[in-house]
Design a protein around this ligand. Structure first.
Ligand code: ATP
Length: 591
């Protein structure tokens, strides 16, 4: 979970309101139209009273005229009602969705800037859920809190005044139920609120878990762990089901008890009202109007108690959203950071130490010089820290001791954008996004011309296969599109790096065998890409290692040997020699 302590709800609310502020004009409009919309129906019971008490007993021409006037007026009033309804709903919807739009953009920008260490700690599903479900639930706040509450309170006040104006005793009788209604609602809502928090939390866990499981489905199948994973999923789902049912039970109790109290008011009014009519203190028309208003009284009260729940959910969602905002990226730009032009590419690691948060050091006192334009091959056993070392260069993580310099400048003194502009990355499993081939290539240089795009594809030996695809550069790849082979993906990633034309290349060589032809093409493309650049390669192939200007042997987070391939081979008893003999034996015979 997020490491932040939960901020006080009121603080989250204040911060949320800052997002609402730009749209206060829209909200004020929505409230104004809302008040009109809610007050218009109040004319109906009063008209019933006039009709029953004044018009029905008389039936002359004047009564006819009054009736037509009254009904015509009511029709006109409901015309206003229709227009006000439209504007209320439109303006409040627009304000709510605008707020959410801004909030989601801000959150997205924030999460995108987070260091990789944030994503190490978070389940991606939980982050996604904050950006979708939580934000949507915070949105309810705008409509519910601002627009509905203002209208409901106005409506309640007017109805209570009308009831008292008609008959104070009867008004008191009908309102006597309200304190019970409010007390029961309050207690039940409190229970429901607690449950809804647990429900949300459990759902987030489930979604994170599912995300992880389906992303790793191949491993689950390979280890035939389906049954055990399914059992775990079932246990999680059962716990979730139990909490949901607890909440359903409370909601059902709420429905039953408030339903009973809602009916009790009108019964009391009829009961007491008829005796008042019999004794001549109340007219029949007033009793009917009373009855009509009473029906209207319970609606806003019910909405106000539901509001309690909506607000509780929204506030909890706001807390979760602002928790993310409060997590600061660990890798940050220093004030006054330098924007570097094109670097020459001279790299130095000076006494570099690194540990992942809460872990043992992974790299210890690493000293390394890679002159501009040279190729360094990193070799070493699994877990030696090769990938970690490479990740420090674009500052995915910051060193915990020592420093890394680029052309003599500490990379932490450079702006993040200008540092990352110097680096092109080709990973073992190239990451391609859903979209067309062209879109994927343009990732390297968004404003590249078509000619540049083609030149890069050609240099990476990718053009021939792209042209054979049904829509050439416009072919969709990824989840919804064409599936590419490992070698083809590699060549696209290399083309992307060509297009980026960065002075430094970070490369994690694929370990899995590509078919022979693909392998040759990838090798050839890489050799071209390496020309004139500084390269740091996590090398798995002997041919790469042989051609490297310097081979760095990493073991247990330390550089144990470095030099050219031939020199290292001569080191009797050296790790590299043993490594080459054992690890590369098969490759040596292949090549
Ligand atoms: P391989 O060749 O198997 O990829 P490597 O030499 O690249 O290994 P690294 O991936 O750098 O090794 O890992 C070095 C150590 O750091 C390992 O012990 C690993 O468990 C740990 N490690 C790697 N990534 C993380 C992470 N994100 N959070 C915590 N520990 C990590």
């Amino acid at each position: 979970m997020f490491r932040m302590s939960t901020p006080a709800p009121r603080r989250s609310l204040k911060r949320f309101l800052a997002f609402v502020r730009p749209y206060r004009g829209l909200l004020a409009g929505a409230i104004a139209f809302g008040v009109v919309r809610y007050l218009v129906p109040l004319a109906l019971p009063w008209s019933v009273k006039i009709v029953v008490d004044d018009l029905l007993p008389r039936s002359g021409a004047r009564a006819h005229a009054s009736l037509h006037l009254l009904m015509g007026g009511l029709c006109a009033l409901y015309g206003v009602y229709a227009v006000a309804s439209y504007w209320r709903s439109y303006l409040s919807g627009r304000a709510g969705h605008r707020v959410i739009f801004d909030l989601r953009q801000a959150l997205y920008r924030h999460v995108q800037r987070m260091s990789l260490s944030f994503f190490d700690r978070q389940k991606i599903g939980a982050v996604v859920s904050r950006m979708t479900t939580d934000i949507a639930s915070a949105q309810n706040f705008v409509g519910a809190a601002f627009v509905a509450t203002a209208m409901d309170l106005a409506l309640l006040a007017v109805i209570v005044v009308l009831l008292c104006a008609m008959n104070v005793t009867l008004a008191l009788v009908s309102l006597s139920v309200l304190p019970f209604y409010a007390a029961i609602s309050y207690h039940l809502q409190k229970g429901i609120r607690a449950k809804s928090r647990t429900i949300h939390h459990q759902l987030q866990e489930i979604s994170g878990e599912l995300h992880e499981q389906f992303a790793g489905i191949a491993t689950i199948q390979a280890f035939t762990q389906e049954a055990s994973e399914a059992r775990q999923f079932r246990a999680q789902s059962e716990a979730y089901f139990d909490t949901v049912m607890g909440s359903v039970r409370l909601q059902s109790i709420a429905l039953g008890s408030t339903g009973f109290l809602t009916a009790l008011g009108p019964i009391l009014v009829l009961w007491f009202g008829v005796t008042e009519v019999w004794s001549g203190r109340l007219t029949v028309g007033t009793l009917m109007a009373f009855y009509g208003y009473l029906g209207m009284l319970y609606q806003p009260i019910q909405r106000l108690t539901e509001l309690n729940l909506i607000l509780a959910n929204s506030l909890a969602a706001m807390d979760r959203i602002f928790e993310v905002f409060d997590t600061v990226p660990e890798v940050r730009e220093r004030p006054g950071a330098i924007a570097l032009g094109r670097a020459r590419g001279a790299l130095r690691f000076e006494d570099v130490t690194f540990q992942y948060t809460g872990r043992e050091p992974v790299l210890e006192r690493v000293n390394l010089t890679i002159p501009a334009g040279t190729t360094a091959a990193l070799v070493g056993p699994s877990g030696a820290g090769k990938s970690t070392l490479v990740r420090l260069l674009p500052r995915y993580y910051d060193v915990t001791g020592g420093r890394i310099t680029l052309d003599g400048v500490d990379i932490r003194d450079l702006t993040l954008a200008s540092l990352r502009d110097q680096v092109a990355l080709v990973s073992q499993e190239p990451i391609l996004f859903s979209g067309t081939i062209e879109e994927n290539l343009r990732y390297g240089k968004p404003d590249a011309s078509d000619a540049e795009l083609r030149a890069a594809a050609r240099a990476a030996f990718a053009e021939p296969f792209i042209e054979q695809l049904p829509q050439g550069y416009q072919t969709e790849i990824g989840e919804r599109g064409v599936r590419l082979s490992g070698g083809q993906k590699q060549r696209l990633a290399i083309a992307r790096a060509f297009l980026k034309d960065a002075p430094i290349l970070l490369l994690d060589e694929p370990t899995s065998a590509l078919d022979a032809e693909s392998e040759d093409l990838v090798k050839e493309a890489l050799n071209r890409l390496l020309e004139g650049r500084t390269a740091l390669i996590i090398a798995h192939r002997l041919s790469t290692i042989e051609h490297a200007d310097i081979v760095i042997v990493l073991d247990g987070g330390q550089i144990v040997e470095q030099g050219r391939h031939e020199e290292l081979l001569k080191e009797r008893g050296g790790l590299y020699r043993r490594y080459a003999e054992h690890q590369l034996a098969s490759l040596l015979t292949d090549t």
